[in-house]
Design a protein around this ligand. Structure first.
Ligand code: SF4
Length: 230
């Protein structure tokens, strides 16, 4: 089995903190977040041309002079285990680039397998526990999310947890419940929501000042915070 690669973005300055990187997009996802910005990639990856692993490796080898790292995102890359681990190992051997993984945290066992071959992991924390299934569009076993958080915090790999702040799933008075999922973490980032709908609950984002208030709440529970997109 090969990793199902459906897109490449040659260069980003913002997706891998402190590093210039190339993004690799894998197809498919085990969540169906109604606010997803890559919904087609997550649900109908066959609409995008599949890029063979070898082609991606050759491309990264050519680009390695201009970038520091590779971001593997989706969709949900861990769907492509165990092939994903071998692919990352080949990236490292061939190019020496740093590797960052983005994950929704639904597969803690896959994360455990991947820690030895990645340099950075970003896990989404979608909502307070009581809204997690609504926010992800599928029934969620929270023990898996909690397990991934626990494993990441103990992994020795540089990490961040991050939340796209969607008001429909994160009422203002429940934000503290989101942060309590990652209490004690090294780094937690709030990301402003870019509305995917023109009407209804998913058309609304919070004012920047609300995100700043949320950050103050987060600062009491985690070591480092950031806000993106305001
Ligand atoms: S986990 Fe990410 S890629 Fe998957 S549906 Fe949600 S936002 Fe989209």
């Amino acid at each position: 089995m090969e990793v199902d690669i459906r897109g490449i973005l040659p260069q980003t300055l913002i997706d891998y903190p402190g590093n210039v990187s190339t993004i690799i997009f894998t197809g498919g996802c085990n969540m169906r977040c109604p606010f997803c910005h890559n919904f087609e990639l997550a649900t109908e990856p066959e609409k995008f041309e599949k890029i063979p692993e070898q082609q991606v490796l050759d491309y990264l080898d050519e680009r390695k002079k201009f970038i520091d790292g590779v971001v593997i995102t989706g969709g949900e890359p861990t769907l492509w285990m165990p092939a994903l681990k071998g692919f990352i190992e080949r990236i490292r051997e061939r190019t020496g680039l740093l590797v960052k993984l983005d994950s929704n945290g639904l597969n803690p066992n896959a994360l455990k397998e991947l820690f030895p071959v990645i340099d950075y992991i970003a896990m989404d924390v979608k909502a307070p526990e009581k809204h997690y299934s609504e926010a992800t569009g599928v029934p969620i076993d929270m023990s898996k999310i909690r397990e991934s958080i626990r494993l990441i915090m103990g992994s020795g790999v540089e990490y961040e947890f991050r939340t796209t702040v969607v008001p429909a799933f994160i009422p203002q008075d429940e934000f503290a419940d989101v942060v309590s999922l990652v209490e004690g973490a090294e780094k937690y980032c709030l990301q402003q929501y870019n509305a995917v709908k023109k009407e209804g609950p998913l058309s609304k984002a919070y004012e920047p000042k609300v995100l700043r208030q949320f950050e103050e709440i987060a600062k009491k529970k985690v070591k480092k915070t950031c806000i993106r997109g305001i």
